[in-house]
Design a protein around this ligand. Structure first.
Ligand code: WTA
Length: 637
């Protein structure tokens, strides 16, 4: 059984232990797992190379820790309750034993296809049990899964397939999202145009929509697994062998493939799941994240399944057929822990409490949030109406790169404060660092959020570009991992996340690089250049504000250009990256050396031009005035 802290005193005690002797602390957590070979050293690391290793030389397979380790006690217990998009369609339930059989069968099919340990497999699927099966089948045979969120466009998918080097793509004919059907297979077809590297596409029949067939490459899921055995010995993995790649946005250039390890990631995702949610044997846990994001990896698949949890997986969206859908699911499965994004809460809050009133939410014990700051209104609403003043809210701060939760209350144990992620998880040593790289000691300090000491779940590299890993996370502040977030440590030592300090924006809890969106806009033939900034948005947290230089607007006029820019961004990245506001501007505020002064644009988009800071290096003041005059939000000046 994975260790669980039960009291606040216990937390402080464990935290102290984890700081004074991290190796002993993590070795103790790791002892709870099944290792084929023990480690020779708990950790070996340096942040300057950088090289991070945990449980050095140990051997394991994460799926043996999910299945074989728990089969005797939990084999016939549900692992996944799958709730379909359409509430009229039947749910599906898979026990641990049934899930293992399907994982093994798919794993054997992958092996017969020639997929081996270390090969990458791209997965572009809707939120159906087969997605979890595909992920776990890869882990079973040591193939590195690269799940691409099924809301990304053909172009974005192509970039990710190319970068990961996969020669196989797992997909479905389509996916349902509310009243929409997403043509996944045809998006894959488009992504693979001119890309010879992919020789096999496996298609699960889900929506039954018509698809084009490429017989030399395509095979149905059914045919792929027919005749394959349901027994498959787990591949023995080194603790440091990559388990998966997941792409995320940074402040510059192309998305990066974050690489996670087998052993350290296992220990970290499982430990944090159990402790932060205070998961008890038999509880039903519901995570609304899509498996295409890190939250879905760590807290829909690995963390909960390693704890033999009962997990609710939902295909649809929170507001379809009506804004009561989440509450209906909680009632139907008697959910105990509910993990979601502040954006979802804000959008449901907007429909009032009407959809909550007739639901029985008495099973709920814990509500968790992730991905973006939760504002006080949303916090109180979810606390009072959903949690009925009874459930602790665990506001969890972490990142794709951290693999698991880093700063978060332990549910019901750590006293919470609205909009604070509270205190670090045992083993995590946060540091508040000023612009010069000095660590600020004591309380009531504000600065850049860094981490001083490695933890088992941290990313090990960027796929194919270790130098970028070094440059992004370990170079800005020597001797620290740099998160890219600003933070305040208040008078009680509680942490409040202030948002990104780099050019990354957080839209509905989705992380997007402004450079990526700008590149997509700049591909438009009429656009000379553009700049993207975030602005406060009541539902999405941040909205996307685009300033676009476009001297001629052709026949469609300004509106026509704006619409075609939107289409261009949807096509290049996906609908999640479409700007909410597009302002056509005569020029961008630039320094004499040609650098865009985003700070000024950010201020304007926030509606406050009273203090634009130092503008002495500005090339053309006139441009700024004109942008303010024509701004699409009211601007104070
Ligand atoms: C932001 C999601 C405030 C933060 C797991 C971080 C948060 C980025 C919180 C990572 C929180 C995440 N409060 N901000 N509780 N959790 N963030 O990689 O800016 O998609 O750097 O990982 O989301 O987003 P990512």
């Amino acid at each position: 059984m994975i260790n669980k802290i039960n009291t606040l005193g216990g937390y402080f005690h464990e935290y102290q232990k984890s700081i004074s002797n991290p190796e002993q602390f993590w070795a103790q957590q790791a002892e709870e797992f099944f290792w084929r070979n023990h480690w020779t050293q708990v950790t070996d690391w340096d942040f300057s190379t950088p090289k991070i290793q945990w449980f050095v030389d140990a051997k394991l397979n994460i799926t043996e820790n999910i299945f074989e380790r728990n089969l005797y006690t939990h084999g016939d217990q549900p692992a996944i309750y799958w709730e379909p998009n359409d509430p009229q369609r039947p749910e599906r339930v898979l026990t641990y034993r049934q899930l293992l059989a399907q994982v093994n069968q798919f794993a054997n099919a992958l092996k017969d296809e020639g997929i081996r340990k270390g090969d990458t497999v791209t997965i572009y699927m809707p939120m159906i049990p087969e997605l979890a099966i595909a992920v776990l089948a890869c882990a079973r045979i040591g193939a590195i899964h690269s799940v691409v969120f099924a809301g990304f466009s053909a172009n974005a998918l192509q970039d990710r397939i190319k970068n990961s080097g996969s020669r196989i793509v797992l997909t479905a004919d389509g996916g349902f999202r509310g009243h929409k059907t997403i043509p996944l297979k045809s998006i894959v077809d488009e992504a693979l145009q001119g890309l010879d590297q992919v020789t096999t596409v496996v298609i699960f029949e889900h929506t039954q929509q018509p698809i084009d067939c490429h017989p030399e490459r395509d095979i149905s899921w059914h045919d792929f697994i027919t005749g394959k055995s349901k027994d498959c010995t787990a591949e023995v993995m080194d603790s440091e062998d990559p388990l998966f790649i997941i792409y995320t946005s940074g402040s510059t250039g192309q998305p990066k493939g974050i690489v996670h390890s087998s052993g350290g990631y296992m220990v970290y995702s499982a430990y944090t799941f159990k402790n932060i949610f205070q998961y008890c044997n038999g509880d039903v846990y519901f995570c609304t994240a899509d498996i295409g994001w890190i939250t879905g990896h760590s807290y829909l698949i690995y963390g909960p399944l390693l704890n033999a949890a009962k997990v609710v997986m939902f295909e649809g969206v929170p507001n379809w057929p009506d804004p009561g859908r989440m509450w209906e699911i909680i009632e139907k499965y008697q959910v105990n822990q509910f993990y979601t994004a502040p954006t979802a809460i804000r959008s449901l809050l907007a429909s009032g409490t009407e959809f909550l009133e007739d639901k029985d939410l008495s099973s709920l014990k814990v509500i968790g949030t992730v991905g973006e700051p939760i504002n006080e209104d949303a916090w109180h609403w979810v606390h009072d109406h959903v949690g009925q003043n009874r459930c602790p809210i665990v506001d969890t701060w972490w990142q794709t790169e951290t693999g698991g939760m880093m700063i978060a209350p332990l549910a019901g144990i750590t006293p919470t404060k609205p909009s604070f992620a509270t205190l670090p998880v045992p083993g995590i040593q946060p540091a508040v660092v000023d612009a010069e790289g000095n660590e600020l000691s004591g309380n009531s300090v504000t600065g850049n959020l860094c981490i001083r000491y490695p933890w088992p779940g941290m990313a090990r590299s960027i796929w194919g570009d270790h130098q970028r890993y070094k440059k992004t996370y370990f170079t800005p502040f020597a001797g620290y991992y740099f998160s890219g977030d600003g933070v305040r440590r208040d008078e009680d030592g509680y942490y409040r996340i202030l948002g990104r300090v780099d050019d990354v924006i957080n839209v509905s809890g989705h992380r997007l690089g402004t450079a990526e969106i700008e590149n997509a806009i700049n591909e438009h033939p009429l656009v000379n250049e553009s700049a993207i900034v975030g602005y406060p948005h009541p539902i999405k947290g941040q909205g996307i504000y685009a300033f676009v230089v476009c001297p001629q607007t052709s026949t469609g006029g300004e509106e026509g250009v704006k619409q075609s820019i939107q289409r261009g961004v949807s096509k290049r990245i996906g609908a999640i990256a479409k700007p909410d506001l597009i302002q056509i501007v005569p020029g961008l505020p630039k320094t004499r050396s040609g650098k865009i002064m985003r700070r000024i644009l950010r201020k304007i988009a926030e509606g406050d031009a009273t203090d634009l800071g130092d503008t002495s290096t500005l090339l053309d003041e006139q441009v700024v005035q004109q942008i303010i005059d024509e701004a699409l939000v009211p601007v104070k000046r």
